[in-house]
Design a protein. Sequence first.
Lengths: 171, 885
Amino acid sequence: MLSVIRTIWNVFLHSFRRRVTIQYPDEKPYLTPRTRGRIILSRDPDGGERCVACHLCSAVCPVDCIALQATEDENGRRYPEFFRINFSRCIFCGLCEDACPTYAIQLTPDFEMSEHNRQNLVYEKQDLLISGPGKYTGYNFWRVSGVQIEGKDKGEAENEAPPTDVYRLTP
Amino acid sequence: MGTIYIDGKPYEADPQNNLLHVCLSLGFDLPYFCWHPALNSVGACRQCAIKQFKGEQDKKGKLVMACMTPASPDTRISLLDPDAVAFRAGIIEGMMLSHPHDCPVCDEGGECHLQDMTVMTGHDYRRAEFQKRTFRNQDLGPFLNHEMNRCIQCYRCVRFYRQYAGGKDLNAFSINNTVYFGRNEDGVLENEFAGNLVEVCPTGVFTDRTLKQHYTRKWDLRMAPSVCGHCGVGCNVTLGERYSLLRRVVNRFNSEVNGYFLCDRGRFAYEFVNSPNRIRTPQLDGEAISGEAAEWEFQNLTSSRDRLIGIGSPRASLEANFALRQLVGADRFFAGVESKEWTLITTMIDILKRGPARSPALNEIEHSDAVLILGEDVTNSAPRMALSLRQSVRQQPMEIAKKLQVPLWMDDAVREVVQDQRGPFFISAPFATRLDDIAAITYRAAPDDAARLGFAVAHEIDANAPPVPGLHEKMRAMARVIADALKKAKRPLVVSGPSCRSLAVVESAANVAKALCGFSQPAMLGLLTPECNSFGLALLGAHALDEAVALTGKDATVIVLENDLYRRLPLEKADALLGSAARVIVLEHLSNTTSARASLLLPAATIAESDGTLVSNEGRAQRYFSVFPHQAEVRESWRWLRKPQWSSLDDVLSDLAKEVPQLAAVVNAAPSSKFRVDGAKVPREPHRASGRTAMTANLTVVEPKPPVDPDSALSYTMEGAPLQPPGALQPFFWSPGWNSIQSVNKFQSEIGASLRTGDPGVRLIKPSGKGEYFTQIPSHFVRREREWLVIPIEHIFGTEELSQHAPAIATLAFKPYLALNASDAGSLGLANEGEELEIELGGAKHRLPAKILPDLPAGVAGIPNGLDFAFGEVFPTWRRIERVS
């Protein structure tokens, strides 16, 4: 009898506590920028596509939901001819972001991807590519890589000496 | 064998080998760069450092290079010693000082020996803050991409290119930390084996440029064991596919056949499979129809058995040829090769069957110690064999190294001993060949004279061999020199083939081999074949193509299997054969003149999309497996032609074994489709293959059922047993920690020796008797006034039919020419090379630019084999040549 009264009393007290339930979707919760939600493909500070089609994200993906094909443009830059994610399979593990050597793939706090038709969860590159550098503002892979591209000759990358003269015979 | 101690544990080791060889053979992971199983040790990279101890009491030990230290009995070494581990990590760190930050965009990434070794030594953080040295790259032609920044200066490229393959135009330049590997100027690498640099280079300096056009990582490739179909040697290759596009070819180790290397034709010809000329839908009188309709139509057309004429093909599988033979009956099954070439092929088979000489595998060719080549430019007609022949000249001089007790794996020391000495190597061919630089004697002669030299050599070895009437004293002396050298050899080899289109040349080679066998040593007789399954077709048995022309008629249906008859017969004969038939059914991969004449055209699967068996010029039957399922309307030729009771390749093979007893052994060329490893099929995809749920998601998000392979023990997916399958089913080489092709070390019974589960292939031809001497000796070649004996000249790029559809190869294909020697050109009043000459070929007059081949005998002219208007000409042939004024 006593315990019943205590329970009723407790319930009564709780009605004066601060509410923790968020009225989603009317009210949006705060999600940190590092939340592992939908991925995007970012661009480097110069506006070029960051993805260099190295295939590391697709290799690391535990549900094999990333497929892409590498190709090269006339400037010598490698990029994905197509880049496809099947979000109906994605488990938001974030391993692709970890594997990405160019900061191209970034996970965003967006997770609201409900669809009536599963086919609409297949995202192509144009659906993924954003116009900015995302969380990592300064990095440009091509400035570090030794590969020659239009506008960056051999020896012009970071920490590179000018090309050697092969005909030089002095040590 | 002796006992050595590795980290305190005893192991059996052959003291003839070095410690790196032994450690790798025993399965230890020891990093290395400059060492290569085929190139041996030079001790340049210092990466394989280990600790060696003087005895059980010695705790201090000293660092030694495993590759430079013999595995003498009671050697005590440690791989895990902290000093050795730190030393190896230091070496890698040094190498990585200037290695660019390229891996994500490097084609080698994921199968890079440098990556593997870096991970193995544990170097994972760059401490250096210096600038990286950089290099400019070179354009090395359509096959190879050059990215010198990545170089770690292991020297393997130049050691392979110059010392192993005999190339001249790749070298090390500059000094100190700026050593550069390249040509003296941009340009196509001249050597026919340059493509191997892709695999020889431990990192991404030399990468496959054709793969770059449709790049895919190794881990994403679906791979299958296959056999190269672009010449008769039958090299083992691994094909790689992704998104239904054939992506690349890499070498598949077979210790008896191609070992570690391929030729450039074999490596880069694969792109014909992706050609826009592919026939992908069946056509009835030019109208596309469905596969089912085509099958029904085919049944309809072929149900009246007595009027069928079947034309097989030396480039189609045994199974496809057999299926056609069963359909039309042995009497009306024709070889698809004109009678002269067919006589040559059947004679060669006969020679090998009757003995006594054995046809050698490439490995045996490499170890032969005296070679006579009669009438062949091997580098152009069977390129990979030329690479093996090039090694053979080192065999005799290496005996000196053995006497001096220099271990044969100590490459630099052996080369120091050998210097420029070469074993006996003799070439008789009508023109300069790419092996002339290693030959002791080169004899330029018309086919008849080459044959006379062969007969003379045979007579010098064995007096019972028929003598050559009217032999010139100079030629007799030459024959004597050659005969003496061959007699002294322990493993003499005679090589010949059909390139000269001369029966006498082949017969003379057979005589030399027989004479040698009678003398003492078991001689080997290597006979080249023009196509990948010439011997298979000959063993199956067929009539020459010319005979089919007589049989055709208004009531005949001609079925042509993977063959362009306009390449085989003169125009009018081919027209007669196809034109007068009521119906022409053609099974083909690529559109050509014959397929254009088909009333029913059936798309046939290529070597990459079908399973089958090829018989190489060694007489080795080898199975190839499809790397991806063929598209809807494309089918394997044998499936189009099949009997109702055949449901899988096994059924065809068991019938083949029953019907043709001499081919019974082909069943054993690879395990049947019922074979399982640990209860599962062998996976074609590596366990890292990616994108399964996204690859086709653009079409439909519902993942399709994986394709089923009823014909082989391989599965199209990654599901399967992760165990080493039998050699014939090995889809790729990959081992934990060893992602590059060098992981083959882990699959061999011993480094460089056969695969642990056996090398693929079964030999079908065994010499059964003593053979007999051929006595038809041609008379001396006499030139004619104003007429030239026109011979075909083989070209590695351009002669073979399918490889021309590969864009990279097409860019290097020969330009048409008519070759004459300088004095003949002078007699025609030619002032310059390139001036036009007129010659009648294929029934019409053609103009060809002149090319001066100084070595061509007077009275002989050469045209490249593969000229489209010269198809159907039966060479050699006498022709008038005039200068266009």
